[in-house]
Design a protein around this ligand. Structure first.
Ligand SMILES: [Zn+2]
Length: 262
């Protein structure tokens, strides 16, 4: 039993999680430790990825990554194209598609899965990627729409999400990480959220090996991205400082909300 589960008092059940991310690999890099810890403690979690279609290479890598993290089910693909890869899905690019169609599609999944907590990216998409920013907006709209029975009445009974956890990185940590990964001094304006605005920082070092193994499934990204390859070459202590903590800004949609820990 993990320390996470030991903290629970008898009768307490873990919240049901839904993680909504833009691309295959975002679920592992930003939230993989949180998901692995939750599933190891017996919690329920699902992942919706807004870009890439079923059967495409990155979908298959995502299936493998989620199994490694210990998720009980394969990912749900919303099926929009990645902004940088037109052939990644049959639907139009995520940022160009009709927003109402996207909200309807995600609302249907929220109502079917009935999560207590949704994990998604922060308003800046952590580092400004348009697909990440769009996924944040889509996710917030769908969380509100899911609770409103007059909206999309054909998409299942209304469901109230309790809290949204917006994954981010701490400004101080992102500056250090930049210098370690890029081997150059960070630019004047670094990404991330000032530490005092972060509500919860989760120590996932106990699940770092699982997270690291899941990340290896994303072979296409290692082949494409210099940054990903740089992360692979880091020695263990630096890797731990980069991937061993996951930071969230919490937004409660109901009074009191719901914590990841209870
Ligand atoms: Zn991404």
């Amino acid at each position: 039993m993990t320390a996470y589960a030991e903290n629970m008092t008898p009768g307490m059940t873990l919240p049901r999680l839904l993680c909504v991310q833009a691309h295959p690999d975002d679920e592992t890099i930003w939230t993989g430790g949180t998901l692995a810890r939750h599933c190891a403690a017996g919690g329920e979690a699902d992942v919706v990825t807004t870009t890439w279609g079923i059967g495409r290479p990155r979908h298959l890598e995502l299936v493998e990554a989620l199994a490694t993290l210990g998720l009980p089910r394969p990912p749900i693909m919303l099926g929009y194209a990645d902004g940088g890869v037109p052939g990644s899905a049959d639907l139009p690019p995520l940022v160009d598609a009709p927003f109402d169609d996207e909200v309807r599609a995600l609302t249907a999944h929220v109502r079917a899965l009935r999560p207590d907590i949704i994990l998604t990216t922060d308003a800046f998409g952590i580092y400004g990627h348009p697909d990440h920013i769009h996924t944040h907006r889509l996710c917030l709209a769908a969380a509100e729409a899911a609770a409103e029975p007059h909206l999309y009445p054909d998409e299942g009974p209304a469901w109230q999400v309790s809290s949204i956890y917006l994954v981010t990185v701490s400004e101080s940590r992102s500056r250090a990480a930049w210098e370690q990964v890029m081997a150059v001094k960070a630019p004047g304006r670094s990404v991330g959220t000032p530490d005092e605005r972060i509500d919860e920082t989760i120590d996932v070092r106990d699940f770092l090996d699982v997270k690291w193994a899941a990340l290896q499934a994303h072979r296409t990204e290692f082949a494409r991205s210099k940054t990903m390859r740089a992360i692979r070459t880091l020695d263990a202590p630096v890797r731990e400082s980069l991937l061993g903590w996951e930071c969230y800004v919490r937004r409660d949609l109901v009074g009191g909300g719901r914590s990841l820990d209870q």
